[in-house]
Design a protein around this ligand. Structure first.
Ligand code: URA
Length: 234
């Protein structure tokens, strides 16, 4: 059982103070009956709660796929730049959401945003080897030697050793796909620096077996469907 005001606030991102106002204005109902007070206890699994006539569909956790644009940081708050959380549309806002893993401010592509800490921890754990595929534009032509250098686990700045990574060349000699199985700080930029090249554009395309939805424009997001969630771990 959960307090009504806490339930509404958690599920919708509306502040507790505003929820109280909605209740006072008689715009909240539980099981078809106007709610009198925010401290009434409800069962999130079975009680039908509406606000201004609209039902709040209960979800224990939310999983969101975002196509991150450059210029946004993967953080819940930041004093210097807007965050990916700022980009969430109202209908996907709720308390406790955070980006599971970080892309650099200038990197685009797939960011997973969730409030499921356990799931995030699981997919970010280096021991889980979740594959992350990136599209990489390079300043200079991609050399064939990169394949072996990355496959055997390259040492990057600071003496850090990377796990084996897979490069795929394309018809454009400055454009490659790189799949890594961990997430060190600035990892891909440092990997290409270690072979004497430089990233000029980076976009994450997938996490595990789940690919960025091509219908999402930069800055857009959508909920990840239940059946897709397990794909991330595969
Ligand atoms: N590697 C990087 O260098 N930057 C990113 O944002 C992601 C992977």
């Amino acid at each position: 059982m959960e307090r009504l005001d806490k339930f509404i606030s958690n599920q919708t991102g509306i502040s507790r103070a505003d929820v109280k106002k909605e209740i006072r204005a008689k715009r909240v109902s539980v099981g078809g009956i106007i709610a009198k007070s925010g401290d009434m206890k409800i069962d999130p699994e079975t009680d039908v709660v509406t606000i201004s006539g609209k039902e709040i569909t209960y979800k224990r956790y939310l999983y969101i796929m975002m196509n991150k644009p450059a210029g946004y940081v993967c953080s819940t708050d930041d004093n210097t730049a807007p965050t990916v959380i700022d980009l969430l549309p109202d209908e996907l806002k709720r308390k406790g959401l955070f980006p599971a893993g970080r892309l650099d401010k200038d990197t685009e592509g797939f960011v997973l945003i969730t409030d499921d800490g356990e799931f995030a921890h699981d997919i970010l754990s280096p021991s889980k080897h979740v594959a992350k595929k990136y599209l990489c534009r390079l300043e200079k032509k991609a050399e064939k030697e990169y394949e072996n250098a990355f496959k055997s686990g390259i040492t990057i700045s600071g003496g850090e050793e990377c796990k084996p990574a897979l490069i795929k060349f394309t018809d454009d000699e400055n454009l490659v796909y790189l799949t890594i199985f961990e997430g060190k700080f600035h990892q891909i930029k440092r990997m290409f620096e270690a072979v004497g090249n430089r990233i000029t554009y980076l976009k994450r395309l997938s996490m595990g077996g789940l690919f960025l939805d091509e219908n999402l424009a930069l800055g857009e997001c959508r909920e990840i469907l239940h059946k897709e969630i397990e794909k991330i771990k595969s």
